[in-house]
Design a protein around this ligand. Structure first.
Ligand code: CTP
Length: 418
């Protein structure tokens, strides 16, 4: 366990998202970390030091000049004793203070005094987040080496307004912390990997589209796992409801054609992985106006045309990556179909997903669900992975990519093809 025995100094800023810190503390302690908390004055308006102290099982530090605290610990020691300093919620005010180097309360003094890495989870109104002053502070802090998780898009608690500014969820913050504390091997350092994920939306008219049930969970998990192994990951994502994976450069697209163009623009790369459930067809014509029901005319027919096959075009591209991996969802003759796809699309590996109802995972087990039953099909044979969670599939696939890209022998297959 990455967090076992680690000491996290959690600075809680004053925002409604402060309540999520109670859950964050619990999650961190469940994983074996000890959590020591500093609360700003404003934070104490949202949650009490008593609840924070009960969950962290430790004294809560609130004042720069508290005689007992200063005598006991002091802001310098407080900041140095931790393995990592986490600010959640990081308010616009706390970001501005650290960007400017102010230290007029305990939280800002600790941030200025620390020699440890700092992770911020911003939370604020979308207008505050997009304000030029906050953008400037964000860039300054990034330049100073501060890392960020979130904010996510969504509805704001206070106003019902929607936009970017919601604090990342506790489990996202936990994985960001794990990423920063994990000194694990980085076999993919210096490698560039392009990956597609999610569904595509093919427009019928301004309000209607053709789509599918892909959630993007598997593709996003793979992107995150590759980033943790040190790769420079570029994710091209269709419309999904899940956050961008941490440490991954994400481009958002709607349609198959946009996804195709975005992937092309990201070449050359060392590897490309196609997890997206790209719509095979799109409406031949996209109506500029909303299509209306007309009495007596009945239902319209919707002629379709084929979309570009992104995997096949990259599989034969003049800038073809060394390693090209596709996915295949099959309900029957899994291996046979996957083999055919390998050849047809010019891929090195096809990850074949069994989406048949009797896979033991239930009808919704794969698409949109959290589990996957996969076979790894290459020209040399078939490797069967036992049923496992999408996160574990992601870890295993990332390890396989690392092995393929770092073992010289595997080059030969690509060399031959050229
Ligand atoms: N793919 C793609 N672009 C498309 C269609 C598919 O990049 N326009 C990629 C997918 O990301 C996936 C693989 O190709 O890696 C799936 O191939 P596809 O032929 O769509 O497979 P299935 O939908 O599983 O198969 P079929 O239509 O043959 O049943």
């Amino acid at each position: 366990m990455i967090l076992s025995g680690k000491r996290i100094l959690l600075i809680i800023g004053g925002g409604i998202a402060a309540y999520k810190c109670l859950d964050l503390i619990r999650r961190l302690r469940e994983r074996g970390a000890s959590v020591r908390c500093v609360m700003t004055q404003a934070a104490q308006e949202f949650v009490t030091p008593l609840s924070v102290g009960s969950l962290s099982a430790d004294h809560v530090f609130t004042d720069l000049f508290d005689r007992r605290d200063e005598y006991d610990v002091g802001h310098v020691r407080l900041s140095r004793e931790a393995d990592l300093v986490v600010v959640a919620p990081a308010t616009a005010d706390l970001m501005a203070k650290l960007a400017a180097g102010l230290a007029n309360d305990l939280a800002s003094a600790v941030l200025l005094a620390t020699d440890k890495k700092v992770l911020m989870a911003p939370a604020m109104n979308p207008h505050m987040w997009s304000h030029p002053a906050t953008r400037r502070n964000l860039e300054t802090l990034k330049g100073d080496g501060v890392r960020f998780v979130g904010p996510n898009r969504g509805e704001m608690a206070e106003t019902g307004e929607a936009g970017e500014g919601r604090m990342a969820e506790p489990l996202e913050i936990v994985s960001a912390i794990e990423g920063m504390l994990d000194p694990g091997p980085k076999p993919l350092a210096g490698r560039v990997i392009v990956i597609t994920s999610g569904p595509t939306h093919e427009s019928i008219d301004p309000v209607r589209y053709i789509a599918n049930r892909s959630s993007g969970k598997q593709g996003h998990a793979i992107a995150g796992a590759l980033a943790r192994l040190g790769a420079e990951v570029h994710l091209v994502s269709g419309p999904v409801a899940i956050p961008d994976p941490l440490g991954v450069a994400t481009t958002h697209v709607q349609s198959a054609r946009e996804m195709h163009d975005a992937v092309e623009a990201l070449l050359p790369a060392d590897a490309a992985i196609f997890v997206a459930a790209v719509a095979d067809w799109r409406p031949k014509m996209e109506s500029g106006e909303k299509m209306k029901k007309r009495a007596g005319e009945g239902a319209p027919t919707l002629p379709l045309v084929e979309n570009p096959d992104i995997l096949a075009s990259v599989g034969r591209h003049k800038k073809r990556p060394r390693l090209v991996i596709g996915f295949a969802a099959e309900t029957e003759n899994l291996i046979e179909h996957a083999r055919a796809k390998l050849a047809k699309k010019g891929a090195d590996i096809i990850i074949a997903n069994d989406v048949s109802h009797d896979s033991g995972l239930g009808p919704s087990g794969v698409m949109g669900g959290d589990h996957n039953l996969v076979r790894v099909v290459t020209a040399d044979g078939v490797d069967e992975w036992e049923a496992m969670g999408k996160d574990e599939v992601a870890e295993k696939l990332a390890a396989l990519v690392a092995e393929r890209l770092t073992t010289p022998g595997h080059d030969k297959t690509t060399e031959k093809r050229k």
